[in-house]
Design a protein around this ligand. Structure first.
Ligand code: HEM
Length: 138
């Protein structure tokens, strides 16, 4: 019962974290296309609030995942591969924080096209992680 409750919470926080990982780079796409001050300031505020909201969700998703792994003695190559992908996702999250600060300080140098590709990265990671954890291929 405890194991399944933790797994349910894990999936809830993973889903919530991904809502932010999908939406924040989408805000960056819009931010890279606008020039008027009012819109620039509004997008910077939205990005700041979203980043502050999604960070604890990511931390809880990872803590609960680690609890499932180490608390119940699970093992398997899929867990190591999954953790490697999640580590990449954490780096992506932190890089979004850097980009957010660059936008807020008017230091963004990348185009909206670059952000459209950047926005797709979490989608690819989500596919890989979910297939890994459900199929456990190795
Ligand atoms: C380092 C971070 C993470 C660790 C250590 C971890 C570990 C685990 C473990 C041990 C399970 C239970 C597997 C089972 O009962 O079959 C699990 C379930 C799950 N994890 Fe994670 N997880 C992490 C992050 C994530 C992330 C970022 C995602 C999404 C992309 C994710 C998606 C899932 C899903 C969908 C399940 C349910 C699988 C099922 O019920 O078959 N996890 N995780």
């Amino acid at each position: 019962m405890l194991y399944l409750s933790i797994k349910a919470l894990h999936i809830i926080f993973v889903t919530s974290w991904f809502a932010g990982l999908f939406y924040l780079p989408r805000l960056f796409v819009n931010h890279a296309m606008v020039t008027d001050t009012a819109t620039l300031q509004r997008l910077a505020l939205m990005e700041h609030k979203l980043y502050r909201f999604m960070t604890p969700l990511g931390i809880l998703a990872v803590i609960l995942g680690m609890w499932l792994w180490f608390g119940f003695g699970l093992s398997g190559g899929w867990l190591h591969a999954k953790t490697a992908l999640v580590t990449f996702l954490i780096v992506y999250h932190l890089y979004c924080g850097r980009l957010m600060r660059a936008f807020a300080e008017g230091r963004n140098t990348r185009s909206h096209v670059w952000y459209r590709f950047f926005n797709e990265v979490p989608v690819l990671v989500l596919f890989a992680v979910v297939f890994l954890v459900v199929l456990k291929p190795f």
